[in-house]
Design a protein around this ligand. Sequence first.
Ligand SMILES: Cc1cc2nc3c(=O)[nH]c(=O)nc-3n(C[C@H](O)[C@H](O)[C@H](O)COP(=O)(O)O)c2cc1C
Length: 480
Amino acid sequence: MTLDDIHQFVDELEKAGELKRITTQVDSDLEIAEILRRTMYTNGPALLFENVKDYDMPVLGNAFGSLKRLEIGLETSDFTEIGQRIVDMTKMEVPSGVLNKIKKLPELAKMGDVFPKLEKDGPVTEIVDDSPSFDKIPILKTWPKDAGRFITFGFVVTKHPETGVRNLGVYRMQILDSKHALMHWQKHKRGAHHHDITKEKGEKIEAAIVIGGDPATIFSAVAPVPEGLDKFVFAGITRKKGIKTVKCKTIDLEVPANAEIVLEGYVDPFDVRDEGPFGDHTGYYTPKEPYPTFTLTGMMQRKKPIYLTTIVGKPILEDAYIGKVIERSFLPLIRMFQPEVVDFSMPPSGWFQGLAIISIKKRYPGQARKVMMGLWGLGQLSLTKIFVVVDDDVNVHDINDVIWAITTRADATRDVMIIDKTPTDTLDPASPLLNLGSKLGIDATQKTKVEGFEREIQEQVKVDDTTKSLVDSKWSGYGI
Ligand SMILES: Cc1cc2nc3c(=O)[nH]c(=O)nc-3n(C[C@H](O)[C@H](O)[C@H](O)COP(=O)(O)O)c2cc1C
C-alpha cells in the first residue's frame, strides 16, 4: 500500500504504537510546543492533539520524529534506496557528463509511473473557502521570545519563472495578521531563487503553502534535490507512484490533491519586513532579518483537516530524524559526483549544516581535499561549515572512531584547510556576516610520503590469530 495522505499515516502510526492521541485541552500558544519538545527529547511518540483551545482542528506533531516512523511513512527501511533509484534512472540512458545526467533526470523520470497526475478535484478541494484567513488554523507559537505564531511545517510550492520546474520547500512563515505572513526562504534555497528572478522583472511571485500530504511529498519538500529536478517528480520517485495534483483557485499553481489545507497567495519582493526573532534549529533565537511578505488570496481544505506542525530548537528534535534520512538517501547521489566516497555522516547535534564526516577510498595524494572542494560546490552541501575526511577503515557514524582518526592521522599545519568568504547557512549563529563566513576542512586520512609524511607509517595494533582463537574458544569459561 502506498500512503496517500496524513490520515493514512496517522492510522499506520497508531497501529504500530507510534502515536498517542491527547484529548486534554491544550493551547496552541506555547503549551503544545513545550509538550512536543519534552516528547521529542525523550524519544516519545507522534502526538495528535484533538482538543486545541479555540479551534476544532487537531494538531499533529512529532510525526517524523523517529527512524521507525520515517520507515513507516516512506515505506522502506533502506533509505539509501531512494537516492539509488535516481542514480539508476540516470543509467537508463547514457548521457555523458554529470550535467547531462542532471538535465536528463526529468525526462528519465517519465519512464516510470512517477510523474504527477493532474485531477479535476481531490480531498483538498472539499471546501473552497471564500474568506481565507490564517486565524482558522491552530498555528503555534513555539518559544516565549518568538515574534509570534509561525507555520513551521508547511511546504511552499513555487514554479521556476523561466523553466516552469516546480518546487516544494519547507520554509517557516511568521503570521502578521489574518491575511499576511513573512516568507522565510533563505537566500540559497530554491524558493528564494524563484523569487529573485521575478523580483528582477519587478513582479510578485505566486506561492501556495501546503499543509499535510503524503509523507513522501513532505519529505521531498525538505530534501535538497538536485537542481532542475521537479520536486513533484522527486516525490513520485520516493513513493514509487506519481502524486495527484489539483489546480489552485486563485493562482496558477498545482498542489498535491491529498493535502490537508492549501493557502494560496503571492510573495511581494517589494514589501519586505522584519522577520523573527524565532527559536531556531541551532538552539538560538535567530534575530530579526528582512524577508518578503506573503498575501493570502485563497484557501482550500478538507472537511476535517489535520494541522501538521513541528517545533525546532537545540538538537536533537524531530528534524534530526528527517535529516538522517536525507543523509542516507543522498549517499548514492554524492557518490555519483565523488565516486571515492564510501560513507557520509552529518551528526544531528551539528544541525546538519555545521559538520559532515566523509570516508573515502583514497588512491592519490590530496584526494581528501579534492572531495571537500567538490562537496563544497554541490547544492546545499556548499553551506556545510566543517568537513572531516577519513579513510574507509573509519566508521563515520562512530564519533570516537572519527576523533581517533583526527588525532592520529591529522597534523594541524599540514592537514587543516581554511577557506574564507564562502557561503554559510543563514542560521549559522557564529558566521561573521549573515550568509558569509569560512570553511574548515580536516584531512584525517593517513598521509603518505608523497604527501610530505616522511616518517614510517606506524603499524596499527591488532591481535594475532592464534591468541584470538585461543581466547575465543575459552571465553565462556572465564566467567566474565
Ligand atoms: C522543520 C523545518 C523547517 C525549515 N525551515 C526553513 C526555513 O524557514 N527556511 C529555509 O530556507 N529552509 C528551511 N528548512 C530547510 C529546507 O526545507 C531545506 O533546505 C529544503 O531542502 C529546501 O528546499 P529547496 O532546496 O527546494 O529550497 C526547514 C526544514 C525543516 C525540516
